[in-house]
Design a protein. Structure first.
Length: 196
């Protein structure tokens, strides 16, 4: 083997966080569409869906050790060049499992790049009705700002009374698919500015 040959550069990573406990949800399906758009832009992706977040214990800032699942989540975010967060709207805000995962990012507080500093963050909210989609997007924007991230200009608010997702990775509304792809493309476009 010739050591002078350049090694292929690993594609920058975009991490997806979102879903619900209890099977694949419309939130996870929406997130997957956005991440597929990211992959088409040449990025690697890693998704932490509802089942992954369900394995994260409630965040305890005083815990002396972290589980393997907690460490894997934090390390993936540390390695990321961008994030996409998708949450169902529960009672007008984000779900507990999504918030718990984001709380775990306190583990990065002393890193050179703390929290989500300078990273593009795409946002998706799903809810059974319009009211919770808007307040959930607003809550996500506020949390991302607190974590020092940059929410992308466009966020998707999806009313699951109207939009139905299928197991093949599609939805009955082409405009929703376009919106989710736009989120993926915006995160991918901004990510090279902060690539590690």
């Amino acid at each position: 083997m010739n050591d002078s040959l350049p090694t292929p550069r690993t594609a920058p990573l975009i991490v997806g966080i979102g879903g619900t406990i209890g099977g694949v949800s419309s939130t996870e399906r929406a997130l997957r569409i956005a991440l597929d758009a990211v992959e088409r832009e040449g990025f690697a992706t890693r998704m932490f869906g509802g089942a992954d977040m369900a394995r994260l214990p409630l965040y305890d800032p005083r815990a002396a050790t972290r589980t393997d699942d907690e460490r894997a989540f934090v390390e993936a975010v540390r390695a990321a060049s961008g994030i996409i967060i998708a949450s169902p709207g529960y009672h007008g805000s984000i779900s507990g499992v999504v918030k718990n995962a984001l709380d775990l990012l306190e583990e990065t507080a002393q890193d050179d790049r703390a929290y989500l500093a300078d990273m593009p963050v795409g946002l998706i909210a799903t809810a059974y009705g319009w009211q919770a989609t808007g307040s959930t997007i607003a809550a996500l924007r506020s949390i991302v700002h607190a974590l020092r991230g940059w929410p992308t200009p466009f966020a998707a608010a999806i009313n699951t009374q109207i939009t139905k997702f299928d197991a093949e990775g599609g939805a009955n509304d082409p405009a929703v698919i376009d919106q989710l792809c736009l989120i993926g493309k915006q995160v991918a476009r901004f990510a090279p500015l902060t690539a590690k």
